[in-house]
Design a protein around this ligand. Structure first.
Ligand code: ZN
Length: 314
């Protein structure tokens, strides 16, 4: 026997103090032999999977674990379906793997709507789209043929770097089509700003819905005081983004959040991002129309000279 009685008592006390309760009789599992599959350290995404299950367990009547499909790395892209309303809306974080602040705001929003669902709505929350990038802290998602920017991988009216070289973006596109998603918030870091279409390579930035979009981003920024406007005007043009794709293809009311003022926020900054954005997101979704936009075609002119302005950094 390895431990004397006093050793066992001390060990159990130590375990409970450190929160290290394990699956086997209160003792930590012995380390697996080096090189065995189970020797792998848990990934950052494993923590997201645990979080989603914890929310589901805590709010079983409101929250249900979902998957939108497999990533190229062979993992299920998981999320939560929250609430039971007829109108289906969507929150997606972490198209860009290094933007962990967006992951945390998605998690905070999921908790908020699981505690208090939005009336008449079902919210789908996918905290991490780019699992491989998130695990390695890298913007791009890498597959066999190289690395791709997931938020340039959707079809778009002025071009794309894809389309759909990645399984993750193809899965999300399929999901919004099949579910009939009406409104969406995609979360990134950083600017700070909250943006609406068009964000493509054009000078013709207006949509028939500018007054409505302006109201939605105003609703979203009451607490944060973030800047608002067109992506192209406020940041830079980018072709192949989810936001423009979802509006152009389906008339989804799609809003882009560039959260906070850093790609590497500390804990206090992350908490502040959650605090000032979750209430705005709730207010915005309360005001999103119950049906998709009807006039969502792009009728302007593309200007290919603008394409070089895409910095690929937000
Ligand atoms: Zn981003």
């Amino acid at each position: 026997m390895k431990y004397g009685m006093r050793g066992v008592v001390l060990f159990v006390v130590f375990n409970s103090v450190m929160g290290m309760a394990s699956q086997t009789n209160g003792f930590p599992a012995p380390p697996p032999p080096p090189g065995s599959p189970s020797a792998a350290v848990g990934t950052k995404y494993d923590e997201i999977k645990k979080y989603l299950r914890a929310i589901e367990a805590q709010f079983p009547h409101n929250a249900k674990l979902i998957s939108i499909g497999l990533s190229d790395s062979g993992e299920q892209i998981e999320g939560l379906r929250i609430g039971n309303g007829a109108i289906k809306n969507l929150v997606v974080g972490t198209h860009h793997g290094n933007e962990y602040g967006s992951t945390e705001v998605a998690k905070g929003f999921a908790r908020s709507v699981a505690e208090t669902p939005l009336a008449g709505q079902t919210l789908f929350v996918i905290p991490v789209l780019n699992i491989k990038g998130y695990n390695s802290g890298i913007r791009w998602e890498s597959i066999a043929d190289g690395s791709h920017d997931p938020n340039r991988d959707y079809p778009g009216p002025c071009g794309t770097e894809g389309p759909f070289k990645l399984k993750s973006t193809a899965a999300l596109a399929k999901f919004i089509d099949e579910q009939g998603i009406v409104g969406s918030a995609t979360l990134h870091t950083y600017s700070p700003a909250v943006l609406y279409p068009w964000g493509i390579s054009t000078h013709d930035l207006a949509t028939p819905y500018d007054p409505l979009f302006k109201q939605l981003v105003a609703d979203a920024t009451v607490e944060s005081h973030y800047a608002t406007g067109n992506s192209t005007a406020l940041l830079y043009p980018a072709d192949g983004t989810f936001e423009d794709y979802a509006f152009w293809k389906h008339g989804v009311w799609s809003i882009l959040f560039e959260l906070g003022s850093s790609h590497s926020p500390g804990n206090a900054a992350v908490q502040e991002m959650i605090k000032v954005n979750v209430p705005g997101m709730r207010r915005m979704f309360d005001q999103v129309p119950s049906e998709r936009a009807q006039n969502h075609a792009f009728t302007g002119k593309c200007d290919v000279r603008l394409m070089g302005l895409d910095r690929h950094d937000e």
